[in-house]
Design a protein around this ligand. Structure first.
Ligand code: SAH
Length: 217
């Protein structure tokens, strides 16, 4: 059974490389390592290595593997960095980031739904990612307590970039966030150049669940 998941995972990663979603060795290495089947609900375990989004309960979905691959590639994550994730979900994306930043880095992942936050924290602990902390809360205002961050990764769609998130970035820090309506968004990559100046890049159309909370819908 274990061997089977490993083989399916390798096939999935081979495909993501062939399609150009995975470009770097660091993303390849991270995604070959994280056991995605331990991060999806039991019901969809057999589909853990299929490249499509999966329902995770509470009306939420976990992104397709190619979306996670693209997001970690575009965010230029480096070893030792402190990363904030908004929308922890099952914790899979956080685990991929954790592999990339290594033992010296840290991921703080905020999840709005308390059931999801609780079970993601347990899963993260069981899979041995000591450099990840899942926190229940409204991530639309970021997580001031551990700011500033080198990178911020938002896994839900927002009406605009919440200003606290820019405030909580280091200079030259980067944020990836889907911006648009509740149903369709553009994936925006923004780099903080000066306290009041951000440089934006549009990475194309995406579909994420809506960001809730103070700066959400
Ligand atoms: N990255 C996750 C999937 C995220 S799905 C994974 O790999 O499993 C998007 C998540 O964002 C949902 O779980 C939803 O509950 C959460 N969310 C929505 N609004 C939020 C907010 N304001 N703060 C924190 N999490 C939020």
């Amino acid at each position: 059974m274990k061997k089977d998941f490993g083989k399916k995972r390798d096939n999935l990663i081979d495909n993501l490389i062939r399609k150009g979603y995975i470009e770097s060795k660091s993303v390849e290495k991270a995604m070959r390592k994280v056991p995605r089947h331990k991060f999806v609900p039991k019901k969809v375990k057999s589909r853990a290595y299929v490249d499509s989004p999966q329902p995770i309960g509470e009306g939420q979905t976990i992104s397709a593997p190619h979306m996670v691959a693209m997001m970690v590639e575009k965010l230029d994550i480096e070893e030792g960095q402190k990363v904030l994730e908004i929308g922890g979900g099952m914790g899979y994306h956080a685990a991929v980031i954790a592999e990339m930043i290594g033992e010296k880095g840290k991921v703080y992942s905020i999840e709005y739904v308390s059931n999801l936050a609780e079970s993601a924290q347990k899963r993260i602990k069981d899979t041995g990612y000591h450099n990840v902390q899942i926190i229940q809360g409204d991530g639309s205002s970021g997580y001031e307590k551990r700011a500033p961050y080198h990178r911020i990764s938002v896994a839900c769609g927002a009406p605009s970039i919440p200003s606290p998130l820019i405030d909580q970035l280091v200079l030259e820090g980067k944020i990836l966030i889907p911006i648009g309506s509740k149903f369709f968004q553009k994936l925006i990559k923004a780099t903080k150049r000066k306290e009041n100046k951000i440089e934006k890049e549009n990475l194309g159309g995406v579909r994420f669940v809506p960001l809730k909370g103070k700066h959400g819908f």
